[in-house]
Design a binder for this molecule. Structure first.
Ligand code: KG4
Ligand code: ZN
Length: 351
């Protein structure tokens, strides 16, 4: 039997410091250090994020190795997020991974964060169970920084077929929440209050955008004007209607997302449909996607909550597949703030 492959994955692209151990595709640990420091600023402050990563990275990696039950000397390779993300945040993870690889004389594997979100579907649990989509499949990747429809032809073969031309879906959630006076990140709170509200209480327009692309900036503006107008007539409007407003905002965002996803499925004749990224934790979106199985004959794939928002498990699994293909990076690799989902950097074999 061939030797098992053990990957240490590192994620530091935004405000979560995370480390994970994956052995032959099975997850042994996935530790996430959240940064509370941004809450009072209503959004991620890049400089504070980098500093917090520096503080968190060693304890988080230590914890991930400890929880996995493996010994540090057994790690086959270290995978890290190269981009896209905040440069200062990425640099902490990149520098750590390079040093770790050098010190332990193991290969270094750079990972595209957006590919990681998608390949989270291929993580197996400790017992080796998983439910991955079959190729080719479509993935709606919805996070705080991205909204994309990606055609996944094979494990490391990605084709971007649609994306937002302005705000991301997560931003639409967070900025709407801010208008309602909710703390950052507001997405999960809108989700929570929406459960108690009427999704058709208020209506907001659906933007007209070309092809399979999205736009969310118009929605944000129409919510802003709506809230202003209503609050002028009734200063307690938000407090009295919070649940209905949240349900209506969520309903609008989901309608926008689903409309183009349906179009993408029709145009490509692909009915294997997955969602990924932080917004895929949204209960309304998860429910709507599941309903599409019956109404549209789709096979749908929804990641467990722990793999939706940023985590190193998704980075480790992507690095694992690159390891199997001998795709390693050298010590000159650096962070990249902007990076298309198709990008797999130039690699060379280790040793
Ligand atoms: O993937 P992610 O953790 O980080 C990025 O790469 O951006 O996504 C974070 C985004 C935030 O905008 C957050 O509000 C949103 O995901 N989010 C949600 C929910 N959970 C996280 N949005 C709506 N409903 C949720 N339950
Ligand atoms: Zn992300």
């Amino acid at each position: 039997m061939s030797k098992s492959v053990i990957i240490l994955g590192i994620e530091s692209s935004c405000d979560d410091t995370s480390a994970s151990i994956i052995q032959d595709g099975k997850i042994l640990s996935n530790v996430i250090g959240n940064q509370k420091v941004h809450e009072k600023y209503g959004g991620v402050v890049p400089e504070l994020a980098s500093r917090a990563h520096l503080q968190n990275i060693i304890p988080v990696v230590h914890q991930a190795i400890k929880e996995s039950g493996i010994d540090k000397s057994e790690i086959s390779a270290v995978g890290f997020t190269r981009g896209p993300g905040l440069l200062g945040s990425l640099l902490v993870g990149v520098s750590f991974a390079k040093s770790f690889a050098l010190a332990n004389d193991i290969p270094l594997i750079d990972v595209n964060h957006m590919q990681g979100h998608i390949l989270a579907h291929f993580i197996k649990d400790k017992d080796g169970n998983g439910n991955p989509p079959q190729f080719p499949f479509l993935c709606l990747t919805v996070s705080g920084g991205h909204t994309q429809i990606v055609k996944v032809n094979d494990i490391l073969d990605f084709e971007l077929i649609g994306e937002t031309i302005d705000d991301a879906a997560g931003e639409a959630f967070d900025k709407s929440a801010k208008l309602l006076g909710l703390p950052y990140p507001g997405g999960p709170l809108i989700d929570k209050y929406a459960k108690e509200g009427n999704p058709t209480a208020f209506t907001f327009g659906i933007p007209k955008v070309d092809k399979l692309n999205y736009s969310f900036s118009g929605l944000k503006t129409s919510i802003l004007y709506f809230i202003k107008k209503q609050s002028k007539e009734n200063p307690n409007f938000i407090a009295e209607n919070r649940n209905d407003i949240c349900a209506s905002i969520q309903h609008s965002i989901i309608n926008i997302l689903m409309k183009k996803l349906v179009k993408a499925s029709e145009e490509t004749s692909i009915t294997q449909i997955a969602i990924a990224g932080g917004v895929s934790a949204n209960s309304g979106l998860r429910q709507r996607l599941t309903e599409m199985e019956k109404s549209h004959g789709w096979s749908t794939y929804i990641p467990p909550f722990s793999y939706c928002t940023d985590n190193a498990g998704m980075i480790a699994i992507t690095a694992y597949f690159k390891f199997l293909k001998n795709e390693f990076s050298d010590q000159s690799v650096t962070a990249k703030a902007r990076m298309a989902v198709q990008t797999n950097s130039i690699h060379k074999n280790f040793g």
